[in-house]
Design a protein around this ligand. Sequence first.
Ligand code: IMP
Ligand code: MG
Length: 424
Amino acid sequence: MSNTILVGSQWGDEGKGKIIDVLTGDMDIVVRSQGGNNAGHTIVDGDKKYVLHLIPSGILRKGKICVIGNGVVIDPVALVVEIKGLQERGIKVGKNLLISDSAHLVMPYHRSLDERREALKGKNKIGTTKRGIGPAYGDKAARTGLRMADLIRPDVFKAKLAQRIKENNAVIKGLGGKPINGAKVLAEYTAAAEVLKPFVTNTVTYLHKAMDAKKEVLFEGAQGTFLDIDHGTYPFVTSSNTTSGGACTGSGIAPNRIDTVIGVVKAYTTRVGEGPLPTEEDAIGDMLHGMGREFGATTGRARRCGWFDAVATRYASMVNGVDQLAITNLDGLDGLPEILICTGYRIDGKGPVLDTPPTDAGELARCRPVYMSMPGWMTPTDTIRKYKDLPPKARHYAETLAKLSGAKLFIVSVGPGRAQTIQL
Ligand code: IMP
Ligand code: MG
């Protein structure tokens, strides 16, 4: 494969981790370029299940290099837990992991601020993962952040931390929260720094040299298009650019070095957290939850579910430049006699049909879907391994999703396992 960006074309949790894991077989390097440990990428390898939060999904494959790029926000303590957890299960994490020295740190005061701001928002809350992601990116933009380069320099870190604790504790107290114990943070972060230091480097030059040597790179998106800070359903979004451009800024790789963009979609729609979701349908949620599916990998929250929203995915294809589409969880719809696809919106169910999502979240919340109906295939698909063996109605459904999304059908996934992946 060539240099490829993989993004979520919906609201996150499209099954990107699994697709990355499959595609990594043909790649040399996997890069995470945005987000933090708000992400949860689930990968099933035989009878083993792994949930990754910060480490790229390529780590499970031998001989692949994983890079945590400059655009990621890193909770060093959580990263150490993740590294040790993988090592304890026999996964090698050593020279195969590189961490950018300019990636920003998530600090305990970020988590505290995240929690406080959500509490103060009351019913208008975003429904964040409370991992401190928003405040960490806020500090980055305000130029008050601490970076990996600071963490691995004990004297620098100590001095900068003292100053940051002072300021943040004033804010936390003002918001009714409990002040952070600076000495405790220093001890915990210093211990994490010891473990992480060997991994920290200038990943930008590393990646450029690797690309010059014809190594092939896969950029692993976290979250999804409609959680993008610029293009999502603001303010019900995460705080990074989850769209394809974020892979470039978050890694220091120029757009003209990218060959392909793959969009990942579920065969239906899900969202965790608050914010508009035009095709939300409780009955679909009840069905999927009843099958034990659609619980968040990071927070365990039940995901909100609905029909496939082609208005959203078409927009996502445009913003990301999606060339190829991977459809996951097709098997989740195996039992349905009829399946709906949203092809347009009408505000309050009246007036003209919109074919792009309104920018204003309030307006999007008022959108009622215009549906087309498709016959279900009513056959289990999870054991099917070849595209031609899928029921014709399932193929027709997948092809319709790709056509409506304006992308070429590339992968259909019929279960969490590696083998349950049909590549066209
Ligand atoms: P934050 O990223 O924790 O600030 O959360 C902001 C919004 O993004 C909330 O609605 C979260 O549920 C959502 N979110 C963050 N990370 C993920 C993810 O990896 N998958 C799905 N939703 C996410
Ligand atoms: Mg997830």
